[in-house]
Design a protein around this ligand. Structure first.
Ligand SMILES: *Cc1c(COP(=O)(O)O)cnc(C)c1O
Length: 429
C-alpha cells in the first residue's frame, strides 16, 4: 500500500516513509492510494470479533507489508488496551465515550499507534517529534512516547491557555519528553513547529516528525473505533440507521469516520459540529473558505480556524461539494448553547458532558432523527475541563487518574522566538 500526496498523486511513499515524513516532499497531505472495502461477512459478524481483531482487520489494509502481521497485532494490542463505551443519554441518543484511554481523550488511540510504529522502526538514530498542542494532543503524545527508544518529543503549548489538568499531564513525565511553554497562543506554537518543518538547514542536521493528525499514523487508526461502535450497537441489537456527530477542530476525527464509511460502515449522515471557530459551517453555507482569527472557547481542542484535514475530506468526495454536503452537515455551536447543553444533560440524565461532547450533542440535536439513531462522540473526559464544568455545574468530578500538582513539573519556558526554540532542540540531542 502506498500513500500519495494530495498535491500530486504521482508522489508516493510507503507506510514507513509516510509516518516518518508526516507530509509528502511537496508539502501535501498523504492519502492512501486505495481504500479497501471490508468483507460483508466481517461487518455482519463484527460482534464475534474482539477490539484487537477489529483493529487488525482495518489497519492491515493501510500498513500493507511495511510491518509483518504478528508485529502489527502486537502494536494494535498496545494501542487499544482500554474500553470504548456507549451510553444512552436520551432515547435514541448515545454518547460514544472515546475517553477511557490513559490520557482521557480519543487522541490516545492515534498517539499510541504512531508511537508504537515509530518505535518498531527504531534504528538507533534519534527521531525528534515536534508537536504543537492546545492541550489534548500534547498529553496523549507525552504519554504514548514516554521512554520510547531513540525518540525525543517536544511538546509546545501556549502559556496559560491550556487547562491545569492538561498542563499536569504534559509536564509531569520528564526524560525524553520536553514540555515547552511558549509565551503566546496556540497559533504561535503551531507556527514555530511549521517553520521547523520547512527549515532545510535544521532538517539536514536532525530528523524531525510530527504527531499531529496530519501524520497518517496518528490519523488513520482513528477509523478503528467507528467499527468498534458498530460492534457495540450490534450487541444491544440496534440496527437502525445511524447518524454520527463529531465535535471537530482539525477535522481528523470525522475524516477517519469517512474512511470507515468508505471501508463499508453504513452511516446515514455525519454531523461536523464546531464551536464558534466556524470556518467549515460558513463554507458550507456560502461556498467561500475564509478562515478568521481563532477565538478561545471552553472547547479549546477545537479552537482551530483552518482545519488541517479538510483537504482530505474534499478528496474523499472527489472535490464534489454537493456530494460532500449531502453526507455531512456542518453545525456551529456557540458558547451559550454549549453551556446550556451541559446543564440540560446533567439535569435530565445526570450525565456530565465535557465541552467538546456538548458541542457534538447540540449539533446532533438540531438534526431530525425520526426513527434513526444519533450518536455523538464524547472525545474527552470532563475532568480535563474541570474548571469550565464546575463553573456551569455544582458537581464533583472524580479524577480517574488522580493527578496532583505535587508530582513535579519539567516545564521549559521559552519566548515565542524561533531561534531560541531551535537552540533548545539542538542542545537537547
Ligand atoms: C482534538 C480534539 C477534538 C477535535 O478533533 P479533530 O480531529 O481535530 O477534529 C475534539 N475534542 C477533543 C476533546 C479533542 O481533544
Amino acid at each position: 500500500m502506498m500513500f500519495y500526496s494530495l498535491n500530486n498523486t504521482q508522489e508516493k511513499s510507503n507506510f514507513k516513509e509516510a509516518i516518518f515524513n508526516s507530509l509528502a516532499g511537496d508539502g501535501g497531505l498523504y492519502f492512501p492510494e486505495r481504500i479497501n472495502k471490508l468483507s460483508v461477512d466481517f461487518l455482519n459478524n463484527i460482534s464475534n470479533y474482539n477490539n484487537y481483531e477489529i483493529g487488525y482487520e482495518i489497519m492491515k489494509n493501510f500498513v500493507g507489508n511495511s510491518i509483518n502481521s504478528s508485529d502489527l497485532v502486537d502494536i494494535i494490542q498496545k494501542t487499544l488496551n482500554f474500553d470504548f463505551k456507549l451510553y444512552e443519554v436520551e432515547k435514541n441518543i448515545f454518547s460514544y465515550e472515546l475517553f477511557h484511554g490513559p490520557t482521557l481523550a480519543f487522541k490516545d488511540v492515534g498517539a499510541n499507534f504512531l508511537a508504537n510504529c515509530l518505535e518498531y522502526y527504531s534504528d538507533e538514530k534519534i527521531l525528534n517529534i515536534l508537536v504543537a498542542t492546545s492541550g489534548d494532543t500534547g498529553a496523549a503524545v507525552a504519554n504514548s512516547f514516554y521512554n520510547k527508544k531513540d525518540i525525543n518529543v517536544y511538546v509546545l503549548f501556549p502559556k496559560n491557555k491550556i487547562s491545569d489538568y492538561q498542563e499536569r499531564q504534559i509536564t509531569s513525565k520528564g526524560d525524553n519528553i520536553y514540555p515547552i511553554e511558549i509565551e503566546g497562543n496556540f497559533d504561535d506554537c503551531q507556527s514555530l513547529v511549521k517553520r521547523a518543518f520547512k527549515d532545510k538547514n535544521l532538517r539536514s542536521q536532525i530528523r524531525i516528525s510530527s504527531a499531529n493528525s496530519i501524520n497518517i499514523g496518528r490519523w488513520l487508526p482513528q477509523s478503528i473505533y467507528y467499527f468498534i461502535l458498530l460492534k457495540e450497537l450490534s450487541k444491544i441489537n440496534i440496527n437502525n440507521k445511524i447518524n454520527i456527530s463529531v465535535p471537530s477542530g482539525n477535522f481528523g476525527n470525522i475524516c477517519a469516520g469517512l474512511i470507515a464509511m468508505k471501508m463499508g460502515l453504513n452511516v446515514n449522515n455525519f454531523i461536523a459540529a464546531t464551536n464558534i471557530n466556524d470556518t467549515i459551517p460558513r463554507y458550507f453555507k456560502t461556498g467561500e473558505y475564509t478562515p478568521k482569527k481563532t477565538i478561545r472557547t471552553i472547547s479549546n481542542a477545537m479552537d482551530v480556524s483552518d482545519p488541517n484535514n479538510f483537504p482530505r475530506i474534499e478528496h474523499i468526495f472527489d472535490n464534489n461539494f454537493q456530494a460532500l454536503k449531502n453526507k455531512i452537515r456542518a453545525e456551529k455551536v456557540d458558547e451559550e448553547e454549549t453551556k446550556n447543553q451541559i446543564k440540560k444533560t446533567y439535569c435530565k440524565s445526570k450525565y456530565i458532558l465535557d465541552p467538546h461532547g456538548a458541542v457534538g450533542l447540540v449539533g446532533l440535536s438540531r438534526y431530525n432523527l425520526k426513527n434513526e439513531i444519533g450518536i455523538f462522540l464524547e472525545t474527552a473526559h470532563p475532568i480535563k475541563f474541570r474548571d469550565s464544568i464546575t463553573e456551569i455545574l455544582d458537581v464533583n468530578i472524580d479524577d480517574p487518574l488522580k493527578l496532583t500538582n505535587e508530582c513535579g513539573s519539567h516545564k521549559i519556558a521559552l519566548k515565542n522566538n524561533y531561534s531560541d526554540f531551535i537552540e533548545f532542540i539542538k542542545q537537547s540531542q
